[in-house]
Design a protein around this ligand. Structure first.
Ligand code: ZN
Length: 291
């Protein structure tokens, strides 16, 4: 392998994915390990994933859930992390400069690079729901780092109670965690039940599309992205998910020439987990270290 490479790490609740980027931005190496929970577990998992690449790292960028401030991660509930000085831990262990950012914002950056579009939104339908917005090639952080937390936009006052305390949030309908809680099993199994005619399961699957479509509408109306790329674990549903969201958008646009004119359904694309946009984006986060 010629010369040190930019390494990107996407830390998820179940696995840690690592990539090494060649100078032209293509993926030169990939590795994946299971995520061990807790502060020490997360650090060990990341070091395992970096080691698995077998490359000489120039920089390491890390996308991680939770609130990020000055190289530290706070309250990453799905990782069992309350507070972790992640940048210092990984830099200390590897001797390589490290930058970290929120995982969804990193994925948005990766998507903007992969799709070569300066204006897009990345909608993450994972355990929770959040979006990363890229405008003129830059990810929007906001004044307090919560730009894109649209999962907690309430869309139905009669809807299920959300983990945030509100009722009827987008996340309460379209988040994997909320779906599992409502239906008693994960989406893949709920979907099988829905296909077999189970009314409750059909309602849950329909609500997923309703929540995701609301997220697409708010992103489109707020920032007018060229595309809304839908990723995260729920995106494994693939084109079926795209069709369901498109159907909901069409229903909402029925009778509104304005909404119809926005052609929202045409802007949706599903991001396959194989694209590794989270890890690629994290490697680009590391570019800040040499900028
Ligand atoms: Zn909420």
């Amino acid at each position: 392998m010629s010369g040190p490479l930019r390494v990107g790490i996407d830390v998820g609740g179940t696995s840690v994915e690592a990539v090494a980027l060649a100078a032209d931005g293509s993926i030169a190496a990939r590795s994946r390990v299971r995520t061990a929970r807790g502060e020490e577990g997360v650090v060990a998992s990341i070091l395992d994933a970096v080691g698995g690449l077998g490359v000489d790292a120039a920089t390491i960028g890390i996308g991680v859930p939770g609130r990020i401030d000055a190289g530290r991660v706070y309250d990453a509930v799905n990782l069992g992390v309350r507070e972790l000085h992640l940048a210092a831990e990984i830099a200390g262990a590897t001797g390589v400069p490290v930058a970290i950012d929120n995982d969804v914002r990193a994925a948005a950056l990766g998507a903007a690079s992969r799709w070569e579009m300066p204006n897009l939104a990345y909608l993450n339908l994972g355990t929770g729901v959040a979006a990363g917005v890229v405008i003129d090639g830059r990810v929007v952080d906001g004044s307090a780092g919560v730009a894109g937390e649209i999962g907690h936009l309430a869309i139905d006052p009669g809807g299920p109670v959300c983990a945030c305390g509100q009722r009827g949030c987008i996340e309460a309908f379209a988040g994997g965690g909320a779906i599992t809680e409502r239906a008693g099993e994960p989406l893949e199994r709920v979907s099988l039940r829905a296909d077999a005619g189970d009314e409750v399961a059909r309602r849950v699957v329909a609500d997923l599309a309703r929540g995701a479509a609301a997220a697409v509408r708010v992103l489109a109306l707020a920032v007018d992205p060229e595309r809304v790329l839908v990723g995260g674990g729920i995106a494994r549903r693939g084109e079926r998910l795209r069709d369901e969201i498109a159907g909901e958008l069409a229903r909402a646009a029925d009778g509104s020439a304005f909404l119809a004119s926005l052609r929202l359904a045409e802007r949706i694309e599903i991001v396959s987990p194989d694209e590794a946009v989270g890890a690629v984006g994290a490697a680009l986060v590391g570019d800040r270290l040499v900028a």
